[in-house]
Design a protein around this ligand. Structure first.
Ligand SMILES: CC(C)(COP(=O)(O)OP(=O)(O)OC[C@H]1O[C@@H](n2cnc3c(N)ncnc32)[C@H](O)[C@@H]1OP(=O)(O)O)[C@@H](O)C(=O)NCCC(=O)NCCS
Length: 155
């Protein structure tokens, strides 16, 4: 199975909203959030992963000055573990660096070891815990990656 990455288009947002409900049942973004993000290309970039023209994953980054934030990343369960998350994160980190960021932040649920492991593999480190950050009372880990000046992180 091979996958391709491309930039999110306006027409894709409804599909992404459906995936969001499936991937983040307790914390799903409302659809408007994706439209708001989409219309800020100066500071945002969103990617889609496709298999046979079907959207199976998405991810986005915000870059404000020297600091980037991984806004979201998700892969449909039946397509997990095939490198799609890693590929999307790699591309977003390249984007962050190209836009001048030297550090990247993200939040991840304390009960999501799989995502934590993905981030740790890229060199992200937990720098803070936000108690009861999520709607169901679960803590958030705040993780940070310091971007090297020239060479990117290796997945
Ligand atoms: C987290 C997520 C995006 C990873 O996507 P993915 O396409 O499965 O990830 P990859 O196949 O690229 O794997 C990347 C890394 O994830 C980790 N990983 C993958 N499968 C794993 C598993 N079964 N158990 C633990 N860690 C796993 C590994 O560190 C892996 O690195 P490696 O392949 O070099 O060993 C995906 O599991 C997902 O969408 N989960 C639900 C939504 C979510 O939690 N999003 C993150 C919110 S912060």
């Amino acid at each position: 199975m091979s996958f391709t990455l491309r930039d999110l288009a306006y027409e894709d947002i409804g599909t992404v909203g459906e995936l969001e409900q499936e991937l983040f049942p307790t914390d799903a973004w409302p659809l408007e959030m994706f439209y708001t993000e989409f219309f800020q290309p100066d500071t945002r970039r969103y990617l889609l992963a496709e298999v046979d023209h079907r959207v199976v994953g998405y991810a986005g980054v915000m870059v404000l000055g020297a600091t980037a934030d991984i806004q979201t990343i998700g892969v449909l369960p039946s397509f997990e573990g095939r490198g799609i998350g890693r590929a999307m994160l790699t591309e977003l980190l390249h984007e962050a660096r190209a836009r001048g960021a030297d550090n990247v932040m993200l939040e991840v649920r304390a009960d999501n070891p799989r995502a934590q492991q993905l981030y740790t593999r890229f060199g992200f480190e937990q720098i803070h815990t936000r108690r009861r950050y999520y709607r169901d009372g679960v803590d958030a880990w705040v993780m940070r990656l310091l971007l090297p000046a020239e060479e990117g992180p290796r997945a």
